[in-house]
Ligand binder design. Structure first.
Ligand SMILES: [Zn+2]
Length: 220
């Protein structure tokens, strides 16, 4: 089957692509679009009591499992150090520019500029810089990962994706990231991240007349 265009998702850590736009990516994959994900770090600080390379390996495996569930076509890790995304800004921007040229996406998804996590904001900046260096005309949309509500009033045009039919897939993909959390990590995740994600997608759904929805703001 010939793929109906490529969607590129660029995020900071190995689970953001599912927590944020997971339902949308699964939906696009179902529609026959090719989903390529670029993850800037291995998320090795997520479990400080494990050795970093072991964590990186686990996180790669978890992400690849989740990618299979949503019907993605693969993940590329850039291996940046968490908290230090801006350290090699020029090099990373260039790398992203080259990748965008290579992938020729029809749509790009990345973090929002006002995300509370500094790595997410740094990712936004790097993607924006890289995109502006290309001659691509495709739209760039941003998503939230943590916040249940969008706290800032944004004037940018937005995109509402009805993910009711792929929401189960999103939750299944999210479950790939539970394995290495430990009891406390698991509980924290359930209460803050899962509940936040569910609540956000549910509220957006109510607001826009769907069971579950993911909301994106247009950057370009
Ligand atoms: Zn993240």
């Amino acid at each position: 089957m010939k793929k109906k265009g490529t969607v590129v998702c660029i995020c900071a850590h190995p689970d953001d692509q599912i927590f944020g736009p997971g339902g949308t990516l699964a939906k696009y994959a179902k529609e026959g679009k090719k989903i390529l994900t670029i993850i800037l770090s291995y998320g090795e600080f997520s479990h400080p009591h494990f050795k970093q390379e072991i964590i990186a390996k686990t996180r790669v495996k978890e992400s690849e499992d989740a990618d299979k569930i949503i019907g993605g076509s693969g993940i590329l890790f850039l291996g940046l150090k968490e908290g230090k995304f801006r350290q090699h800004e020029k090099k990373t921007t260039k790398k992203l520019t080259n990748l965008l040229h290579e992938y020729r996406p029809k749509k790009i998804l990345t973090h929002a500029s006002d995300d509370p996590h500094p790595d997410h904001r740094a990712t936004f900046k790097l993607v924006k810089q890289a995109y502006d260096r290309t001659q691509l005309q495709c739209p760039v949309y941003t998503f939230d990962v943590w916040t249940p509500f969008s706290t800032h009033k944004r004037d940018a045009p937005y995109l509402i994706v009805d993910v009711s039919k792929t929401y189960k897939t999103k939750l299944k993909a999210l479950s790939c990231f539970e394995s290495q959390l430990g009891v406390w990590g698991f509980l924290i995740n359930i209460y803050y991240v899962y509940a936040g994600t569910l609540l956000r997608n549910f509220i957006a759904g109510i607001k826009h007349g769907h069971r579950f929805a993911e909301v994106f703001y247009k950057l370009r």
